[in-house]
Design a protein around this ligand. Structure first.
Ligand code: AMP
Length: 198
């Protein structure tokens, strides 16, 4: 069981929402595609509107895990406004501490089953039988177009330039927890569990 099921929360991933928009060919998707392929950031207004709509559709009893949002100071401000409008507030900000070279290796090697979405990695977690999904037996897999080394390096540069600077503001509010993101999946999930329970 994943974090979302264990805590009865909903994962709001702006990356997933944007990829769905690209796939569906919506105006937002058409605008976002090339920016995403380069690893740069999509405009603040677009992503904050996606989060605003999604949160408005959720009952107040369901908690939200924001994944990949906010990524800029303007998005952090927008999130405060959106949360206040919905009578919510931020309980925790979790910083995953990672080694960039190891992260590049993790991201460039990852792929998923085209049918059920099960996640794999070329060397760390390949399917038991090559070319066949362990979970559903499907034989087609997919990779994100932005999971190549050049784009991943741009995504990291964007993080350093625009996202890391929003952490001090959250630190001043006393809501930041930092965990080692390089551990095994279960250890990272366990550390996040402990924070969500605190
Ligand atoms: P992710 O799935 O979080 O790795 O996001 C993939 C890509 O979607 C990013 O490299 C950006 O181009 C775009 N994106 C996702 N979330 C945001 C965000 N909060 N602000 C701006 N761009 C975003």
């Amino acid at each position: 069981m994943g974090l979302v099921e264990r805590h009865g929360m909903r994962q709001l991933s702006t990356g997933d929402m944007l990829r769905a928009a690209v796939k569906a060919g919506t105006p937002v998707g058409l605008k976002a595609k090339e920016v995403m392929d380069r690893g740069e950031l999509v405009s603040d207004d677009i992503v904050s509107a996606l989060i605003d709509d999604e949160l408005a559709s959720m009952g107040p009893e369901v908690g939200a895990i924001f994944d990949g949002y906010p990524r800029t100071a303007a998005q952090a401000d927008a999130l405060d406004t959106i949360l206040a409008k919905n009578g919510r507030s931020l309980a925790h900000v979790i910083e995953l501490d990672v080694n960039e070279d190891a992260l590049v290796e993790r991201i460039t090697g990852r792929f998923s089953c085209a049918n059920c979405g099960a996640l794999y990695h070329d060397t760390a977690n390949p399917p038991t039988e090559a070319g066949k999904c362990d979970a559903c037996g499907h034989t087609e897999f997919k990779r994100r177009p932005d999971d190549n080394e050049e784009t991943v390096r741009t995504r990291m540069a964007e993080y350093r330039a625009k996202t890391a600077p929003i952490l001090p503001g959250y630190e001043a509010r006393g809501i930041v927890s930092r965990i080692d993101g390089m551990g095994a999946i279960d250890d990272v999930a366990g550390a996040i569990d402990a924070i969500l329970r605190s």
